[in-house]
Design a protein around this ligand. Structure first.
Ligand SMILES: [Zn+2]
Length: 282
């Protein structure tokens, strides 16, 4: 196993001073460099530890755990819906002013910054990064709340596509996850890192690292009503909703089976192609 060795902490650290991750590699890793069978084993058995997985160092893992608890307290305070859209500066401000949350420490903020700006390919995630800045915001005028789901969608193509799907499939289909800010993605990814005992690679096979999720610009997840957490497992392909989506040609998947992005098969995650000028917005 590797560690994120040059993931140095300290006040002087800033985004462009970070030499990224394990010194064991001198160039950007690429799944094609790996033996393909080894690579495919990782994405098929995504929730296990594999040789060469990159782990946080113990002090980094402790900072991650304290920061994710702080995110949790913010979510409890402002509610799930608002937390989906929360940006970094606003989160820091809430923590500083609300005693039930408590301010992020300098070490926590430095860690979050480094985690955000580290290149995820160093630990095995090879997707693009549509939100490139830690402080990128979800423009409120560009999203709409979907009644009864607690989730938001981007207006325009994502909303139109979901409404088409609803029209065709009726109330058997549910929006299980829509718009997610950088902070929401931090919380989801870091919670997975905790479950993975500090294994960044394992976490990134199930959840895009913050900044790398297309939930931040366009994509959404759908599920079968009544199927609960199974909607986020491969068992989703056995549902009537999946079969109808497939038959009707709606299955444009961001993470198809055995993709080369380092990510598990996600049959529930619908890819929405949006104009390039709306990617990387600030
Ligand atoms: Zn998704």
């Amino acid at each position: 196993m590797g560690t994120l060795g040059t993931f140095a902490l300290g006040e002087e650290a800033c985004a462009d001073s970070i030499t990224l991750a394990a010194s064991r590699k001198t160039s950007t890793p690429d799944p094609r460099d790996d033996d393909m069978n080894t690579y495919l084993r990782k994405v098929r058995y995504f929730n296990e530890d594999h040789t060469d997985d990159v782990f946080l160092k113990e002090e980094q893992f402790q900072l991650l755990q304290s920061a994710v608890k702080r995110f949790q307290r913010i979510q409890n305070l402002i509610g799930f819906g608002n937390f989906y859209l929360l940006d970094f500066d606003h989160a820091v401000n809430i923590a500083r002013t609300q005693t039930s949350v408590g301010p992020f420490t300098i070490e926590e903020l430095s860690f979050l910054e480094q985690l955000f700006y580290a290149s995820a390919s160093e630990y095995g995630f090879y997707g693009e990064k549509p939100l490139r800045n830690l402080t990128d915001r979800i423009p409120m005028q560009e999203v709409i709340k979907l009644p009864g789901t607690g989730n938001f969608l981007f207006r325009g193509q994502p909303e139109a596509l979901y409404l088409h799907i609803r029209k065709e499939l009726g109330d058997q289909v549910v929006l299980t996850s829509g718009v997610r800010s950088v902070i929401k993605q931090f919380q989801l990814f870091m919670t997975k890192v905790v479950e993975s005992n500090g294994n960044l690679s394992r976490a990134s096979r199930s959840l895009a690292p913050p900044g790398y999720s297309y939930h931040g610009v366009s994509d959404f997840d759908v599920g079968q009503v009544g199927f609960g957490a199974y909607n986020f497992t491969e068992r989703f392909i056995s549902t009537p909703v999946f079969k109808r989506l497939k038959d009707l040609g709606y299955l444009r998947l961001r993470y198809p089976r055995d993709n080369l992005l380092g990510v598990r098969f996600e049959p529930w995650h619908i890819k929405v192609n949006v104009a390039a000028d709306s990617i990387g917005r600030v």
